[in-house]
Design a binder for this molecule. Structure first.
Ligand code: UDP
Ligand code: MG
Length: 325
């Protein structure tokens, strides 16, 4: 069985030497053919230079895709998916938070016939606030999308070739790979994987980027948020009508009353706030439709180094859009 290991890299110069060493050691030990595909996602540090050197040293094993700018982790992985040749495809973070030593466990599951193998991070080594946010997001996402994924954020995952090809056929401008893969899985499974603290550099995800990513996840895989909003609006309207009737009867019984102005304000602000949030939610969907309709390439590969670089370079898709194919 041939394996492709896909690693998105954004400013990871501190982690790459150790990653390259450990990853090669693990994959060599399997005794089976493999390729390592690194995507330099517009790094501003020395990451690309380190990767170029790795590709020059082992052009039979290492391919490096240099993206034209920073497109984000998921787009970077999609760029790599278009050129992978393995029967099994493993995704892995470059920061060594996902130990490469766990890969054989994932591959064993693929060999057993599972087509999507998700990692579930044990003893997650991230800040408490981050873990809490993930826990909430996981719950909400499971409720909304009905997908059985325990740990949406864990990128240490393995996919069968079929699933990767299904993903390549998709042409969505924003996406979330574990969820997309899950939607194509016939036999998904999950296994616990070790999680390590980040050693060098810092997480590329600010709170804002995490929120954006989670919107991608929720809007990309479900219309439930919109439907819930519609239902909620109806419930509020029904409550309002009920309240008006109540006030009308009170008026007949007690005559005119004009107290509780501030209560009224509180209710008003709450409802206006909810209405604005709803508008924003609709905007999230509309914005994504707009992006999709414009159909700009999702990513652009500037250069390919190492395995598959010469000659076949033009065969490698260089755009993220099927329209260009
Ligand atoms: N990454 C990327 N492009 C980005 C942000 C991150 O390719 O725009 C890569 C990063 O180099 C790492 C992985 O995605 O290999 C996960 O990123 P990070 O460790 O910052 O995320 P966290 O572990 O905090 O979720
Ligand atoms: Mg990380």
């Amino acid at each position: 069985m041939r394996t492709s290991v896909v690693v998105p890299v954004y400013n990871e110069e501190g982690n790459l030497p150790e990653l390259l060493r450990r990853l090669s050691a693990v994959m060599d030990a399997t005794g089976e053919p493999y390729e390592l595909v690194f995507i330099d996602d517009g790094s501003r540090d020395g990451s690309l230079a380190i990767l170029e050197r790795a590709a020059a040293e082992r052009p039979d094993r290492v391919r490096v895709l240099e993206l034209a700018r920073n497109f984000g982790q998921h787009q970077a992985i999609l760029a790599a998916f278009e050129s992978v040749t393995g029967d099994a495809v493993v995704t892995l973070d470059a920061d060594l938070q996902n130990p490469p030593e766990e890969i054989p466990k994932l591959l064993a599951k693929i060999r057993e016939g599972y087509d999507v193998v998700g990692g579930v991070r044990q003893n997650r080594q991230d800040a408490f606030a981050r873990r809490l946010a993930s826990a909430i997001v996981n719950r909400v996402t499971v409720a909304i999308t009905r997908m059985r994924i325990t740990d949406f954020g864990c990128m240490l995952r393995a996919y069968s070739r079929d699933v990767v090809e299904e993903i390549n056929r998709c042409d969505e401008s924003s996406t979330f790979i574990p969820a997309l893969a899950q939607s194509f899985a016939r036999r998904p499974t999950e296994i616990p994987v070790v999680h390590a603290p980040r050693r060098h550099g810092e997480s590329a995800y600010s709170l804002y980027r995490l929120v954006r990513l989670n919107f991608d996840l929720m809007t990309g895989f479900s219309l439930v948020p919109l439907q819930v909003f519609g239902l909620f609006g109806m419930a509020v309207a029904a409550g309002g009508i009920g309240f008006a009737l109540f006030l009308f009867v009170r008026r007949l019984v007690h005559g005119a009353e004009a107290e509780g102005v501030f209560t009224l304000f509180a209710i008003l602000f709450t409802l206006v706030g909810i209405a604005m949030a709803g508008l924003g939610l609709v905007g999230e969907y509309v914005g994504r439709i707009y992006q999709q309709v414009r159909g700009r390439p999702r990513f652009r590969v500037r250069r390919v180094y190492g395995l598959g670089a010469e000659g076949s370079g033009s065969r490698l898709a260089t755009h993220g859009s099927r329209r260009d194919a």
